[in-house]
Ligand binder design. Sequence first.
Ligand code: NAP
Ligand code: G4F
Length: 341
Amino acid sequence: MTKKAFITGITGQDGSYLVELLLGKGYEVWGLIRRSSSFNTGRIDHIYIDPHEQPRLRLVHGDMTDGSNLAALIGEIKPDEVYNLAAQSHVRVSFDQPIYSVNVGALGTLRLLEAIRSSGLPIRFYQASSSEMYGKVVETPQTEKTPFYPRSPYACAKVYSFWQTVNHREAYGVFACNGILFNHESPRRGETFVTRKITRAASRIKCGLQEKLFLGNLDARRDWGFSGDYVEAMWLMLQQDQPDDYVIATGECHSVREFLDEVFGYLNLDWQRYVEIDARYFRPSEVDLLHGDASKARRLLNWQPRVGFRELARMMVDADMKIAERECAMRDHDAKDGAAR
Ligand code: NAP
Ligand code: G4F
């Protein structure tokens, strides 16, 4: 029988890789999208839906702040697996919009878990937990046993969701798993996260479209992996005999400064000539270091990352160079067009 999955956050970076993975495995996929006044499905528009066949990808409107809508969707779709990826996922923005971030990131998870519980269906649930929960880290590297010390409204919301997921597992027997994912990036990463901000700006600088790049704390260290590898771990968690929580990380740690070296070096540019520090990008409380130990996932899920730091940075630059070159060509075309008129 064809398995059905329901993904919240399907229009985001991870949602787009996860839907590709699940369709490739023969799943029927349902995705929650928010109504927007402009198109917000750019990351999944390449997935072709044949009008002559029973569609295997269906998009439905909803919002994590609307519990009755989530309950109705769970009752209608009757999914085998639910992947909860929706969140206001930008840490710096969560300081400006703490109540909204917590409403979506914490209560949104509870709304969805309650919709699953009250449906009475044997649904398997994945929660997108985050290494941000370790915050001001109390040990390095961080494992499933490391205590949390959240440092932002975003991280506080994720800690709440983590425990609510554990509680639905222990109190009601829901097959519910937390993936504690360390930072993961890709060419589809949102443009305001630091890696993509850097690869996009470096490419635009290389093409003469931009002169400066304004950044915050260059000393922060992160364990950066590739989103395409990490969504596979999400799926693996839901295929096990028992629900559990897993750290997903590369085990390699680099600073923002090192990411700049890698990216600008690849383009034969000296980043010190272009980067300026702007205090607006500092956070009221920073997470200085995240460094994960994914041995449990390696052992029990047989999962391991395929893409390393250098390959990730270069993959992102290559994709952003194509975009910058297209932008350049359009600019030149428009200039010629203007001169001819
Ligand atoms: P992302 O690109 O920012 O995607 C977030 C998704 O959530 C988007 O589809 C967004 O929809 C949706 N969303 C936001 N608010 C919503 C709401 N009120 N109702 C319904 N949908 C809503 O994030 P990502 O990088 O793919 O990350 C996926 C999940 O993993 C997030 O929960 C994130 O917090 C968590 N996580 C990410 C990382 C990482 O390094 N990427 C690490 C650990 C955990 P729109 O497209 O309409 O905005
Ligand atoms: O790329 P970032 O915004 O990612 P951050 O804060 O680590 O959060 C991401 O990873 C989490 C997993 O640990 C996810 F849960 C979360 O949803 C998100 O995907 O910032 C990384 C580091 C920070 O220390 C930040 O202070 O880069 C530093 N940074 C320096 N300049 C900057 C900038 N970050 C951003 N976004 N923009 C800057 O200009």
